[in-house]
Write a protein that binds this ligand. Structure first.
Ligand code: ADE
Length: 238
């Protein structure tokens, strides 16, 4: 997995790219992430990258510095790339979109700030505009981290054993089942006995049932997309 981030605030990513699962994946070369500082492509002594929005409020990232930074991101890579622009106006990011992105040769993420990016650059260069939810953040850096994190966990060996990625084919479109850890009794509350029974078949069935029940209660909207037939085949009763 190869990702390039174009941002005016590369410092946002330093801890993210050096901590925990993502930090290990970067260090061991399982994922390759490059940062491009948009400011380096700004105009003049002040490295100007933004200007007033024509006809309205706020600042907008200018097309030319973005275009130069994109050229840099593509330098030395003739292959196909996918340019992603996180914005609240984008299509809602789903696991399916993440899976599709994770299979691309080179994903370039453009982080907007202030009121966003010049629409002419977006029209010419952006392949996919995505939102991570119906709320507005101050910039695209946090959404970029969310996208990279979700993509990275699909790369083999990034998430260790028990990381649940292998279960995804069955659980596609369903919510996860509840998890418990030691102690088995906490403040008078016992974990479901099946989980300490040692019976793997029963545990598997219980988890699938919980997963379906949770989805029905909390996110019934997901069920229209989930593959109910495969649940029934596996002996899960609603
Ligand atoms: N930039 C600002 N808010 C955003 C959101 N909700 N999703 C993606 N990018 C954003």
């Amino acid at each position: 997995m190869r990702v390039t981030i174009i941002t005016a605030f590369p410092e946002f990513f330093r801890d993210f790219l050096s901590t925990s699962i993502i930090g290990r994946a970067v260090e061991t070369g399982l994922i390759n992430v490059n940062l491009i500082n948009l400011r380096e492509y700004g105009f003049g002594n002040y490295r100007q990258i933004d200007d007033y929005s024509f006809g309205g409020d706020g600042m907008v990232l200018m097309a030319e510095p973005l275009s130069k930074a994109l050229e840099k991101a593509r330098e030395g890579h003739q292959g196909v790339d996918t340019v992603v622009y996180p914005s609240p106006q984008g299509a809602m990011l789903t696991q399916e979109m993440v899976e599709s992105l994770a299979s691309r040769e080179h994903v370039i993420i453009i982080c907007g700030h202030y009121e966003g990016i010049d629409e002419r650059f977006a029209g010419k260069c952006v392949d996919l505009e995505v939102s991570i939810g119906d709320y507005v953040l101050t910039g695209g850096e946090i959404p970029a981290m969310a996208i990279i994190d979700a993509m990275a966990r699909l790369v083999p060996n990034v998430v260790g054993r028990g990381g649940a990625v292998e279960e995804d084919s069955f659980f596609r479109g369903m919510l996860d089942f509840p998890h418990y850890t030691r102690p088995a009794l906490w403040e008078g509350d016992q974990v479901p006995p099946v989980l300490i029974s040692g019976n793997e078949k029963e545990i598997d069935k219980w988890r699938k049932q919980q997963s379906v029940q949770r989805t029905l209660r909390r996110r019934p909207d997901l069920l229209s997309r989930a593959n109910i037939a495969s649940y029934l085949e596996k002996g899960v009763y609603l």
